[in-house]
Design a protein around this ligand. Structure first.
Ligand code: FMN
Length: 373
C-alpha cells in the first residue's frame, strides 16, 4: 500500500507534517539546507528582528538530565542519566534582516518544493514598531518565504511590548497580527507563549486579527536548579540568572494541555504543535488533538544539530501507523486529525464507582451549583 504523508496546512502543501521549529537548528543557511536534505518538509527560521541582539556570556542553551535511581534533575553530565529537558537562554537571531534576506532567497531556489517559514519579532507599543513587523513581513515574503510566523512567545524580553509579553496581552496579539495581515500575501501563523492561564483567549485574539494558524508551545518560563555544593545556579553569569525557557520531553504533557485548550475552543482552525517531540508517538498525540503539523527543536539539537535521525523516525513512524490503520480506511493525516480532542472533559464527567457521591467539590444538595450534579 502506498501511504500519503502529505498535508495541506493553511493552504501550504507539505510533503509530510514535520517541521523544524524556530531555534538553533534553523539559525543558518547551511543548517536549513542540511535539514531539507535530511527530509524535513519545512523549517521555521530562527526568529529575525530589527533591534540589536547581544546574547549573555557563555552557554545560551543547556540540557537537563534525570537519573533513574533518584529522579535527580540536573545539568550535570553523568552516566545513565536520561534527557529531561532543554534550557533556553538564547535571544532571537543575532543576524540582521539584511543578512537573512539573500539567504532565504537562495534556500528557496535550492529547495522550491520545501516549505520555508520566516519567523519574526518586533515591539508593539507604538506605530513605528508595528511598521517594523510589516518591514520584516514584506522583506521575508519578497525573499520568497511560504509563510510568516509571528513570535509572540520569546520568554526573555524585558520590554513589556515584545516577545511573550505580546502573547500575554490579547489586545497586542490582535493589533500585531492585523498589522502583519495588512501587508502579507502568504499565510500568517502566530506562535503563542504557554505562560498564560487561558491560552484560548490569546488564540481568539490572534484569529480576530486574521491569523491563519496558532503555533504552540515556545519554551516554558523556568530557572535552572541550584547546585547543592556550590549553592550557585547550575548555569549563571557572575552568579546571576534570569528566567529562561524549558523545552524537551518535560514539557510534552504541559504543551499538550495548552494545545487541547485551543483546539477544543476552535475545532475548525489550524494549529501547529510543538513541545517534547522526538518520535512519532509524541507527534501523534498533537495530531489526535487536532494539529495539522508539528515542529521539533530539542530532539533535533541533540541529533547532529538538525535532526536527520529524528525526521527519519518521524516519517517511518507515520508510514507504519498509516499501514497499521489501513483497515480503518485511514489514508492520510487528515483521516485521524482531531479524533481525541473531545475526550477531554470536566473532572466531574469522569466515571467513578458511585457518581451520586461526588458533587464537584460542593456540599451535597447545598448551594445551587452543587445541585446541578
Ligand atoms: C536554545 C533555544 C532557542 C530558541 N529560539 C527560539 C526562537 O528564536 N524563536 C522561537 O520562536 N522559538 C525559539 N525556541 C523555542 C523552540 O522553537 C520550541 O518552541 C521549544 O524549544 C519547544 O520545542 P521542543 O520541546 O521540541 O524543544 C528556542 C528554543 C531553544 C531551546
Amino acid at each position: 500500500m502506498t501511504v500519503n504523508r502529505s498535508v495541506t496546512f493553511t493552504g501550504i502543501k507539505l510533503d509530510n507534517p514535520f517541521l523544524l521549529s524556530s531555534a538553533p537548528p534553523t539559525e543558518s543557511e547551511s543548517n536549513i539546507l542540511r535539514a531539507f536534505e535530511a527530509g524535513w518538509a519545512g523549517v521555521v527560521t530562527k526568529t529575525i528582528g530589527l533591534h540589536p541582539v547581544v546574547n549573555v556570556v557563555g552557554a545560551k542553551a543547556k540540557f537537563m538530565r534525570t537519573s533513574p535511581e533518584d529522579a535527580y534533575v540536573s545539568m550535570k553530565k553523568r552516566p545513565g542519566a536520561a534527557l529531561h529537558s532543554s534550557w533556553n537562554w538564547e535571544l532571537i537571531s543575532d543576524k540582521t534582516l539584511d543578512w537573512w534576506l539573500p539567504r532565504l532567497r537562495r534556500i528557496k531556489e535550492a529547495f522550491p518544493d520545501r516549505v520555508l517559514i520566516g519567523s519574526s519579532m518586533a515591539g508593539s507599543g507604538n506605530d513605528k514598531e508595528l511598521k517594523n513587523w510589516q518591514l520584516l513581513a514584506t522583506g521575508c515574503q519578497d525573499a520568497g518565504v511560504d509563510g510568516l510566523e509571528l513570535n509572540f512567545s520569546c520568554p526573555h524580553m524585558d520590554r513589556r511590548d515584545m516577545g511573550s509579553n505580546i502573547g500575554k496581552d490579547q489586545g497586542l496579539c490582535s493589533v500585531v497580527t492585523e498589522a502583519v495581515k495588512e501587508v502579507s500575501r502568504v499565510p500568517v501563523w502566530c506562535k503563542l507563549t504557554p505562560a498564560t492561564a487561558e491560552i484560548e483567549v490569546e488564540a481568539a485574539a490572534c484569529f480576530r486579527g486574521g491569523a491563519d494558524a496558532i503555533v504552540s508551545s515556545n519554551t516554558f518560563p523556568s530557572i535552572p536548579p541550584i547546585d547543592p555544593d556550590t549553592l550557585e545556579f547550575e548555569i549563571n553569569v557572575d552568579g546571576f540568572v534570569s528566567s529562561g525557557g524549558l523545552g524537551g520531553p518535560a514539557i510534552l504533557p504541559l504543551s499538550l494541555a495548552k494545545m487541547a485548550q485551543m483546539t477544543r475552543a476552535f475545532p475548525d482552525k489550524s494549529f501547529s504543535g510543538i513541545g517534547g517531540i522526538s518520535d512519532f508517538p509524541q507527534a501523534l498525540s498533537y495530531i489526535l488533538l487536532g494539529c495539522g503539523t508539528v515542529q521539533v527543536c530539542t530532539a533535533a539539537m541533540l541529533d547532529q544539530a538538525v535532526g536527520p535521525n529524528v525526521i527519519k523516525r518521524l516519517i517511518a513512524g507515520l508510514d507504519a501507523f498509516l499501514e497499521r490503520q489501513a483497515e480503518k480506511g485511514w489514508k492520510s493525516v487528515e483521516d485521524f486529525r482531531g479524533i481525541r480532542r473531545d475526550r477531554i472533559v470536566a473532572q466531574s464527567e469522569i466515571r467513578r464507582p458511585n457518581a451520586a457521591d461526588y458533587h464537584s467539590g460542593y456540599e451535597p444538595a447545598e448551594g445551587y451549583a452543587g445541585a446541578e450534579h
